[in-house]
Design a binder for this molecule. Structure first.
Ligand code: BGC
Length: 788
């Protein structure tokens, strides 16, 4: 490995300090080895291009360091079960060992005086601080920070500062950037012989390659140590597959010792010459003061929060939890890459292999649509680029139009494994990739939501309309018109995955109905407003006006399962005849209910895995009468086991909209603890990105009661008295709004843009112009506009 010349800039201690506002910090004090895997997920740093788990730099017995690069998938063909591509773990770039008199510092040996890790959510930085007592009894104070730059997404940065109380001879500092160690069940990037490097300059680079997808990845890194401002060159051990820099030191009391490491990553996914790009980019950064990297990153975070913060006044734990959600959602997305989407655990862990589900469109997307439209657009463009794979899947299963993959990587092809192997070797088929079809309607729903919120005509005409038409086509081919004159969709899996192969799942049918109607409406709109674009698209897709009429007709005939006598929507055909299980009898079990009852018994029971009819009511709120919403929530809520992290937030949102603040806040608390208290027991595999998106929605669309319409926004807010105030920001068709909801008073300010029509509760809609502020008061149960 050859060296990139390092020109050391002015040295200095951290000029940057973490926020001291406790409401912007998540802290972990002390050290508990058993919690290490979940801390690694929770405290991960990510910018949507690259994400790194918060593993200890010096490692521990349980450390599981992993850095994931969006879109870099590979398949472990030797894996047990049905191998599918998964995010490949990139080299561990943050290893740093500290040896005093030959003895390595390890937290689990207990020789620290105190230890604290903290995410400064406001600036998107992971901090760590501790005092370490050496064998000889001296004290070293260590302060470190780490980030994945939001200002320059190819850049990772780490900085460590040591101060000693007394002099220490014989200190050895060793910084290593190397491929992660092999672990069962993980695909890692290895320095495989890639096709030869294109620029002949292998500099301080690790060049790696995926096996099956042949993606080249270049990791350029350089560490530098400065003592009281003076640069100290490292000893570099030559090695083709790792970069090892080390320093032998005599530490003197009172002098700051600062180690900075800059890492730059490029892949052949985005550039032709990743190695040259990484080397060049790193070189340019090495000429600058590293504090600038921190400052630019912190500014980028501040800017994102200005557009997306949610304040819950009066409840510090919930306040931190919604910011924690924002922290991971902001870090999960890259608006510059429309060829990837966000996996179920974003870039923070291995669970679900980095695969993309409906989680993105239904749970996370509203956050982006309303706070960062360019990111929402990129995510939807991913689905646009996946259309050919979705058409192919529909065709393969005997349908028309586009059926999106239940699990995707970056190709859009179906990546759900066909089966799993139980520990005793039993093969269990996984049917979701074949039967969970509601995802096509979910994507269409997200397209329409984005269109409503942004009026982005270019997107609609270039991509969105085609998604709406092709998904509608799928639904028009998926069902059957029966003798009863109704359109039925048989043999599906709905969001409630405990019941497989069911007929007329209310969620699937009504979302499909909505998709058909929406596509018909979009066709009408195109014909009227953009006739040329309609002709072009209709010609390319071989679409005739009467096809849209048929969508309309099928939507009208869709079997919905609504019993007009009782107001209940039957979850699926035959659901009401299933065994009635009283979930409260199983309340104290930590295990998921399907594991307690067993798969077969669960299928014969009426236990629902996660919000399904309740989800439908939430998404299509205005389609149902207040009675139907209430009756169904009361019926399904006690029968739902919340076997998925996606469920509590939606229950919180629906209960809040119904004005049941006690149930709403109970579920909101539950949703807020999924990662922070690891209450599903699996945060080790990464944060639950959909649950975090759901938490944001429960606050803004649930308690805030926000709904998007064709002509503007409507609110039916319910602020729990204990919260004192719920405040949030959003952008609607270019107008930036600040919403301040208190239990009996609401104030909305339009800070820029063209203005927006707002309907508060059942008050008459009012126009809020740019620079204006409006105020409403709750009087005898009704919102009344008052002068602000
Ligand atoms: C849930 C799905 C979800 C997936 C990934 C499953 O347990 O049932 O709805 O898409 O996890 O989060």
């Amino acid at each position: 490995m050859t060296e990139i010349p390092v020109s050391l800039a002015e040295a200095g201690a951290f000029h940057f300090h973490p926020t001291d506002d406790p409401l912007w910090r998540i802290e972990e004090v002390g050290f508990n080895l058993a919690r290490e895997h979940e801390i690694e997920s929770l405290f991960a740093v990510s910018n949507g291009y690259v994400g790194s788990r918060a593993s200890l730099a010096e490692g521990s017995a349980l450390s599981n360091p992993a850095t994931f690069i969006a879109g870099v998938f590979d398949t472990n063909t030797a894996a047990q079960g049905d191998p599918v591509p998964e995010l490949a773990a990139a080299p561990d770039w943050m290893q740093l060992s500290l040896l005093t008199s030959g003895r390595e510092f390890r937290l689990e040996e207990g020789n620290f005086v105190w230890h604290r890790r903290m995410i400064d959510m406001y600036h998107g930085i992971l901090w760590r601080e501790f005092d370490y007592r050496t064998e000889a009894g001296g004290l070293i104070h260590v302060r470190a920070c780490r980030l994945a730059s939001l200002a320059d997404r190819h850049v990772l940065f780490q900085s460590i500062q040591l101060d000693a109380e007394n002099r220490f001879p014989d200190i050895h500092l060793r910084a290593l950037t190397a491929p992660v160690v092999e672990r069962p069940g993980r695909v890692r990037l290895t320095p495989e012989p890639c096709p030869p490097s294109e620029d002949g300059d292998s500099a301080s680079l690790l060049e790696l390659c995926t096996h099956t997808t042949q993606i080249k990845v270049a990791v350029a890194s350089a560490g530098r140590l400065r003592i009281g401002g003076e640069a100290v060159p490292p000893r570099i051990d030559p090695s083709p597959d790792r970069r090892v820099e080390s320093w032998e030191l005599d530490i003197e009391a009172g002098k700051p010792y600062r180690f900075d490491r800059l890492v730059v990553i490029y892949t052949s996914r985005e550039v032709d010459r990743p190695s040259a790009m990484a080397a060049e980019h790193l070189r340019s950064l090495l000429n600058a003061e590293p504090n600038n990297v921190i400052a630019a990153h912190a500014r980028a975070w501040e800017k994102r929060w200005r557009e997306s913060d949610v304040e819950i006044a009066g409840d510090a734990a919930l306040q931190r939890a919604v910011r924690f959600a924002g922290y991971h959602l902001i870090g999960a997305v890259n608006p510059a890459d429309e060829r990837v989407s966000i996996g179920a655990r974003a870039l923070t862990g291995e669970a679900y292999k980095g695969h993309v589900f409906w989680d993105t469109e239904i749970f996370m997307l509203p956050f982006y649509v309303l706070t960062d439209p360019p990111s929402a657009r990129a995510l939807l463009m991913f689905r646009y680029h996946s259309l050919s794979a979705a058409r192919e899947k529909a065709r393969r299963l005997g349908y028309q139009g586009a059926l999106y993959a239940w699990e995707s990587t970056n190709t859009g092809e179906e990546m759900t494994p066909g089966y799993s192997l139980s520990p005793d070797g039993e093969i269990k088929p996984i049917l979701n990739g074949v039967l969970e079809h509601h995802i096509s309607a979910d994507v269409a729903y997200a397209v329409w939501q984005y269109w409503q919120a942004t009026a982005d005509e270019t997107f609609l005409l270039d991509a969105g309309a085609e998604i709406l038409f092709e998904t509608a086509r799928f639904w028009a081919s998926r069902g059957l018109l029966d003798e009863d004159g109704s359109y039925h969709i048989r043999e599906v899996i709905g969001p409630d995955e405990y019941h497989e192969g069911v007929d007329d799942n209310a969620f699937t049918n009504v979302m499909a109905q909505w998709n058909l109607e929406c596509a018909a409406e979009a066709a009408r709109m195109l014909i009227e407003r953009w006739p040329d674009r309609w002709s072009g698209l209709a010609h390319r897709l071989d679409l005739r006006e009467d096809e849209a009429d048929r969508w309309h007709d099928l939507a009208r005939r869709m079997y919905t399962g609504l019993d007009t006598r009782t107001g209940l929507l039957e979850h699926f055909k035959g659901y009401f005849e299933l065994d009635d299980i009283n979930l409260s009898e199983y309340g104290s079990h930590a295990l998921p209910i399907d594991m307690i009852l067993g798969r077969e018994r669960t299928q014969l029971s009426n236990v629902v895995k996660q919000a399904d009819v309740v989800m439908l009511i939430y998404l299509l709120w205005d389609r149902f009468s207040p009675e139907v919403r209430e009756i169904n929530f009361r019926y399904y809520e006690p029968r739902t086991a919340h076997g998925s992290s996606l469920s509590p937030s939606i229950h919180a949102a629906v209960a809040a909209r119904l004005g049941d603040l006690e149930t709403g806040t109970r579920y909101f608390h539950q949703a807020s603890q999924i990662d922070l208290a690891n209450n599903m027991g699996n945060a080790a595999g990464g944060v639950h990105a959909a649950a975090l998106g759901g938490l944001w929605q429960a606050a803004v669309l649930g308690f805030g009661g926000l709904r998007l319409g064709a002509d503007g926004l409507s609110f039916t807010p319910h602020c729990p008295p204990a919260w004192k105030a719920l405040r949030f920001r959003l952008v609607w068709r270019g107008t930036h709004l600040h919403v301040d909801i208190q239990p009996e008073i609401v104030e909305i300010a339009a800070e820029s843009g063209m203005g927006v029509a707002i309907r508060m509760g059942d008050a008459v809609p009012a126009w809020l112009g740019s620079g204006q502020r409006m105020c409403w008061k709750l009087v005898a149960g009704h919102w009344k506009e008052v002068s602000s």
